[in-house]
Each structure stands twice: as C-alpha cells, then as structure tokens.
Design a protein around this ligand. Structure first.
Ligand SMILES: [Fe+2]
Length: 354
C-alpha cells in the first residue's frame, strides 16, 4: 500500500490545551487543528477493507436462511455482505451496500418501491423473474438487472431451482442525505402490463421511440442480458486492442442518455483473456467485484485474493490493483463513480506511474 505523510503536523497537546478542549466541548465546538489531518487526508483513507467472500463458503448460509424464513416474511431474504472495516455497519464500501438474495421455487417477494436504487447481478438459477413497473424479466446468470429509484418491483420464482443474486444499492448515500422513502404496492403483487422484453426492444437496441425524452434519471432498460454482454466482450477481444490494466472492459449505460445506468452507481464488465497479466492501477471509487466466469487472482494493495466463479471481492479507494486470470475470466463490478464524477473528484491512475 501507498505510504502517505500528513501535510499538517499536529501541535503538541499540553494540559492547557486539554483544559481548553474540555471547556470548548461544553460549547459544542472543537479545535480543527486536532482533526485536520483526519478531515483533509493527503490520500484517501477508506474505512472499508479489501475482502473476499468465497461463494462456496457463503452459499450454505444463503440456503440455510431459506429454511429459516420465507421471502414474503422477510420482505427480502438477503444476507448483507458487511465489510469488516465497517463492522458496525451494513455496508460493503464506505458508500455502497451489497447483499446476496435468495428466492426459492414457488416464492414471491412482494411489490414495493423505495428511493434507493438497486442493481441485481444474477449468480445462479434459471426461471425466476424480477418485475419492474409492470414488466417481468427472467433472471439468468450474468444478467444485470435494475430496479431504479421509486419504481415498483417484485421478484418471483415459478421455476424449480433456487435463484441467488447479488444486490447492489446506494443505501448509505440515500440515508446520508436522509432521503429514504419506501412503500408497498397496494395489493401484494403488481399486475403484468407489458410483454417480457419490451423495454429492451424499445430502448436497448439501436432504435429509440421517436423524440423520446427521458422523464426520470432511471434507465428505461432494466435487464442487460449476459448473453449479449458476453458476445460483445468476445467480439471486442478478437478486434483488440487489450487495455493493459483492464483487458476488455466496458461500462453499462443508460441508452437514452449514454450516462451511467443508475444516478449513483456505475457498473462494468470486463474480459480478462487467458495469459493476460494486468498492470497495476488505482482509482478513487471503492469497487465491488463479482466473478462471472473463470478463476484467477487479484492483487489489492498488499493482499492477494485468489478467486473463482461467483466470488465477490472489494477494492477500496486508491488501493493499487491488478488482475491475473487463469484461463479466460469475466468480472462484473460496480462503484459510486457517477457521484464522484458529478462532484468532480474522481481520480484514476491506469496504469499507476512507475
Ligand atoms: Fe426493493
């Protein structure tokens, strides 16, 4: 990891200082010079840590939760991925949330909506659905599905296999601003009013309804099927060139704007071809990765994580990072990059200077 020095040397604390601080605290005030280095760091100091959840190890707990409580009783049957650097919280990074959600055959998770935006990255199963604003979409492994802010959504599983996906939400950001609202749909499940695949066909191809103007920040496409993403990665690999750090890396977009798929969350998918050894790089958006295919390792700061299909790992802000697959591998990732870019504070070094 990088070493940093503070630009400010804290003055020596004498008894006179301490006595002053005590009286000051009673005034609900504090001396800035005692916390300046903390408040204005020379380089980012994320509280979240590099961590990996081995899917084989966490999956039995996910399945056990299925015996403990129904999806309906839980509202959403999810195991939160709690970053050990944020032990007292329910966050995967300093600004984002992640969880593993299970829906068993025959179950329905009732319709609701909230101001937080969610992405679902499908890990296993075939035949369960997510419904958003009257349209259902079948969830298949590798699909990237969105339930944007304040859209009614529910999940159901008419298939005969459990379905598990990773949830990614902007809960910490929304709650930081104290802008959390949520409500149930009147009635347990919203009616189906649109044909499956309609949104993707209408907005996600190379056509768009004439004079279409988005009325919200939400992308009108809510399922980005893996079959299509994978085909694009494959074709671009054949076309080249490879990025020295990222391999073939693409970002999901809102096709109506070209911007990020959710206002606060950027999402990416990358192919690391066999024989690739990425160059070290870093960026300020702490990022959650989910391994879609293959196996390999990633060096995150001083730590090496060996990963395989379905594992999930976190790369904190400004930690150096490189990937090395064993055979072809595909990684999905998401971060708060749109927020950092909106504030003009996002930084990247790719590759890092040597
Ligand atoms: Fe929800």
């Amino acid at each position: 990891m990088m070493k940093s020095t503070n630009f400010y040397n804290k003055p020596e604390t004498t008894p006179e200082f301490l006595e002053f601080y005590e009286r000051l605290a009673k005034m609900n005030a504090a001396p800035l010079w005692e916390s300046l280095a903390e408040l204005v760091p020379v380089t980012p100091k994320p509280r979240c840590m590099p961590v990996l959840w081995n899917y084989d190890e966490i999956r039995p707990f996910v399945m056990e939760s299925g015996k403990l409580i129904t999806a309906k009783d839980a509202e959403r049957r999810v195991l939160i991925l709690a970053n050990p650097g944020l032990r007292d919280s329910t966050q995967v990074t300093d600004s984002l949330y992640a969880g593993l959600q299970l829906i068993l055959p025959g179950e329905v998770a009732p319709t609701h909506r909230h101001t937080t935006s969610a992405l679902r990255f499908i890990i296993e199963g075939n035949g369960a659905y997510t419904a958003v604003e009257g349209e259902r979409t079948t969830m298949r492994p590798g699909d990237f599905i969105l339930t944007p802010s304040w859209t009614y959504h529910d999940h159901g599983n008419p298939s005969d296999t459990p379905t598990v996906w990773m949830d990614g939400l902007d809960i910490p950001l929304v709650n930081f601003f104290n802008t959390g609202f949520a409500e149930h749909y009147p009635g347990e499940v919203q009616p189906v009013t649109r044909t499956e695949g309609d949104a993707l066909m209408r907005y996600g191809g190379h056509l768009m309804p004439i004079e279409y103007k988005p009325s919200t920040l939400a992308t009108p496409v809510f399922n980005y099927p893996y079959s299509r993403s994978r085909e694009i990665l494959d074709q671009l690999y054949r076309n080249g060139p490879l990025h020295p750090c990222h391999g073939i890396k693409m970002q999901y977009i809102n096709p109506a704007t070209g911007g990020y798929p959710l206002p606060a969350i950027g999402a990416f998918i990358q192919l690391l071809p066999s024989g690739f050894r990425g160059t070290a790089h870093r960026s300020t958006d702490s990022t959650v990765y989910c391994v879609v295919e293959g196996r390999g390792r990633s060096q995150i700061g001083e730590k090496t994580f060996v990963w395989k299909e379905h594992d999930i790992f976190v790369v904190p802000s400004w930690y150096s990072l490189f990937h090395e697959p064993q055979g072809d591998a595909v990684l999905f990732s998401y971060s708060d990059r749109p927020v950092q870019k909106a504030l003009g504070i996002w930084r990247e070094q790719a590759p890092m200077p040597t």
